[in-house]
Design a protein around this ligand. Structure first.
Ligand code: NA7
Length: 533
C-alpha cells in the first residue's frame, strides 16, 4: 500500500468525509484514518438513548450534492441518532468514501519533518503514513470525560459514558438506573430512560435552562416542500449568526413592553427548535438586564411544569443567565420529575462520595444501582488534539503551544504547525454553529487554499505569529461583547473533571457570517497572514 499522500485526514465524521471527497475530486492523493469501525464521527460514538438533532434535520445534512438532497428523506424534523448514522453511511456508500479511509485506526502521533515538508502519522497499531498536508477532522466534542469518583472500577453493574455507548441494545426495564450530568446529553438520556426504567436517580450539579424541542414526523407534503426549499433553507442559514434557520429578532427586550415580551416568548418557547435561544430578542445574549428578564421567563416555565415546588427549585438555574451556556432541547424532560419512580439529587446538597460495588454512596446514604450512565461531557475542542502527540516545527508540541489557551489564525492553523489545518478547531466559528454548515465552509476554504498552493508550487504554509495573535485578540473581543464569558461551560473550556485545564474561550462568538467574511477577505488578499513558500 502506498503510504505517501498529498493529503492526510484524521477523522471520518462529517468533516473528514467531505474533506476526503473534495480532495479526491480534485485529483489530490488522500487517505483518512478513523478510530471507529465506520464513518459518522459524533453520530457513530454517541448512541445513547434519546440522542437526536437539535438542528432541524433538513438544515443539517450536506448541501453540496443536489442529488443527495433529492434522494435523502429525513423522517422527523429533528432526526434521532440511528437515522443520522444511516445518513452518514448512505453518503459514504453513494460517494464510495470508505475505500480511502482506514478504520479501527487511532492516530497516536503526527510529526512534522522540516527537511521533507511532510507530516508523518503513526497510529496506535503501528500503521504509518506520510503526507504534505494534514487536515484534522477530530470533532469538537469527541474526547469524553468520565468523572474520577473513587471506586468507579469496583462497580458490579453496567456503567457507560454516553459518548462510548455500547453497540448492543441496553434495557432499563425494571432496572435501577443512575444518570450523572444534566447537560444537553443528560437531558436527552434522562427523558428516554425514564420511559421504561424501574427507578431513576438523577445526579445534578448545575441545572440548565432547557426548552421544548417540538419534534414530530415530517409529513409527505412537508417532504415535498423541503425538497423544493433547500436553496432557501441554506440561504437562511448562511446569514444567521449560528447558521441555523433561527436568527435573532431585531427588537430589543428592553425596548418593548412587558406584554410584547410575554407574547413573543410564549410563541418562541413552543416553537420547534432553537428559536427561544437563537431567535430571541437581539439583546438577551449581550445585555445583562435583558438577560435577567429572559432568565426569569425561563425559570417560570420550569416552575409551571414541575409539580413538586421543592423539586422545581432544584431544577431552576440560579448561577447563570439564560443562553450563556448551551440550551438543552427537550421532549418532556421536566415532566420526568413528576414521575413517582424518579428522584433528583442536587449534588450541592448531597455530593457523591464514591462508587461502591452495589451503587453510589452519597454524603447521606448508599443508593443501590444496576446501571450508571455518565452524561458528564467532554474535554471540549482541545481534548481530541491533546490525545494525539502533534509535534510541529522545531519539535514543539501542540499541547504545550496551547497550554495557556490556543493561538490560531481563523481557528484553522496554529503558528509552528505548518501545513496542518484544523477543521472545527478552537477559535473557529464552527464551535458555535449548526455544525455541518460551518464544516462545509471550513473544508471549502482549506481546499481552495490547497488548490492555490498547488497552482503556485507552494509546499509550505504556516500562519504567522502576528496574524494569529491578531485573530486571537479579535476572538476575545467578540466574546467579551456577549455574556458567555460570565459563566463556566465547555465553551469556556471549563470541565471540573479536568482541573489542570486553564479556563479559556474555545469558540468564536462573532457569528458565522462575520467569520466567513474574514476568511474570504484573507483569501482574497493572497491568504494574508499565512507565510507561503
Ligand atoms: P456538558 O454540556 O458538558 O454537560 C456535562 C454534564 O455533566 C453537566 O451537567 C456537568 O455538570 C455534569 N458533570 C460533569 N462532571 C461531573 C461530575 N464529576 N459530577 C457531577 N456532574 C458532572 O456535556 P453534554 O454531553 O451534555 O453536552 C455536550 C454537547 O454535546 C452539547 O453542548 C451539545 O452541543 C452536544 P456542570 O454543568 O459541570 O456542573
Amino acid at each position: 500500500m502506498n503510504t505517501t499522500y498529498d493529503v492526510l485526514i484524521i477523522g471520518a465524521g462529517l468533516s473528514g468525509m467531505y474533506q476526503l471527497k473534495r480532495m479526491r475530486d480534485l485529483g489530490f492523493t488522500v487517505h483518512g484514518f478513523e478510530a471507529g469501525s465506520d464513518v459518522g464521527g459524533v453520530w457513530y460514538w454517541n448512541r445513547y438513548p434519546g440522542a437526536r438533532f437539535d438542528s432541524e434535520s433538513y438544515s443539517y445534512g450536506y448541501s453540496w450534492s443536489k442529488e443527495l438532497l433529492e434522494e435523502w428523506e429525513w423522517s422527523e424534523h429533528f432526526a434521532a441518532q440511528p437515522e443520522t448514522l444511516r445518513y452518514c453511511g448512505y453518503v459514504a456508500d453513494k460517494f464510495d468514501l470508505r475505500r480511502d479511509f482506514t478504520f479501527n485506526c487511532r492516530i497516536a502521533s503526527a510529526t512534522w519533518n522540516e527537511a521533507t515538508r511532510q507530516w508523518t502519522l503513526i497510529a496506535e497499531d503501528g500503521t504509518t503514513a506520510t503526507g504534505t498536508w494534514l487536515v484534522t477532522c477530530l470533532g469538537p466534542l469527541s474526547e469524553p470525560t468520565p468523572p474520577s469518583f473513587p471506586g468507579r472500577e469496583s462497580f458490579k453493574g453496567d456503567a457507560f459514558h454516553t459518548a462510548t455507548w455500547p453497540h448492543h441494545p441496553v434495557s432499563f426495564t425494571g432496572k435501577r438506573v443512575a444518570v450523572i450530568g444534566t447537560g444537553a446529553t443528560g437531558v436527552q438520556t434522562i427523558t428516554e430512560v425514564a420511559k421504561t426504567v424501574g427507578h431513576l436517580t438523577v445526579f445534578q450539579r448545575t441545572p440548565n435552562y432547557c426548552a421544548p424541542l417540538g419534534n414530530r414526523p415530517i409529513t409527505p407534503e412537508e417532504q415535498q416542500q423541503i425538497k423544493v426549499s433547500y436553496d432557501q433553507i441554506f440561504a437562511t442559514c448562511a446569514v444567521s449568526t449560528g447558521s441555523f434557520i433561527h436568527n435573532s429578532d431585531p427588537r430589543l427586550a428592553l425596548e418593548v413592553s412587558a406584554e410584547e415580551r410575554e407574547t413573543f416568548w410564549e410563541k418562541k418557547y413552543y416553537e420547534p427548535g432553537f428559536g427561544i435561544w437563537l431567535g430571541n430578542f437581539a439583546d438577551i445574549g449581550t445585555n445583562a438586564e435583558a438577560n435577567v428578564l429572559a432568565s426569569a421567563y425561563m425559570r417560570r416555565k420550569i416552575r409551571e411544569r414541575v409539580k413538586d415546588p421543592k423539586v422545581a427549585e432544584k431544577l431552576v438555574p440560579k448561577n447563570h443567565g439564560f443562553g450563556t451556556r448551551r440550551v438543552p432541547m427537550e421532549s418532556g424532560y421536566y415532566e420526568v420529575y413528576n414521575q413517582a419512580n424518579v428522584e433528583l439529587i442536587d449534588l450541592h446538597e448531597e455530593p457523591i462520595l464514591r462508587i461502591v460495588p452495589q451503587g453510589i454512596q452519597t454524603s447521606r446514604r448508599t443508593i443501590p444501582i444496576d446501571i450508571i450512565i455518565y452524561a458528564t461531557g467532554f474535554d471540549a475542542v482541545r481534548g481530541s488534539f491533546d490525545r494525539i502527540r502533534f509535534e510541529g516545527a522545531g519539535g514543539q508540541l501542540l499541547k504545550e503551544a496551547w497550554a495557556d489557551g490556543p493561538t490560531t489564525l481563523l481557528g484553522l492553523q496554529t503558528p509552528g504547525f505548518p501545513n496542518m489545518f484544523t477543521i472545527v478547531g478552537p477559535h473557529n466559528a464552527a464551535g458555535f454553529c449548526n455544525i455541518p454548515r460551518c464544516i462545509e465552509q471550513n473544508v471549502d476554504w482549506v481546499t481552495e487554499f490547497m488548490i492555490h498552493a498547488r497552482e503556485r508550487g507552494t509546499t509550505r504554509i504556516e500562519a504567522t505569529v502576528p496574524a494569529a495573535e491578531d485573530w486571537t485578540r479579535h476572538v476575545y473581543e467578540m466574546v467579551d461583547l456577549t455574556l458567555i464569558a460570565t459563566t463556566d461551560s465547555w465553551f469556556m473550556g471549563v470541565n471540573q473533571n479536568l482541573p489542570e485545564k486553564k479556563r479559556t474561550f474555545l469558540a468564536y462568538a462573532g457569528g458565522s457570517p462575520r467569520y466567513r467574511k474574514k476568511c474570504d477577505a484573507i483569501a482574497a488578499d493572497g491568504y494574508r497572514g499565512f507565510a507561503q513558500s
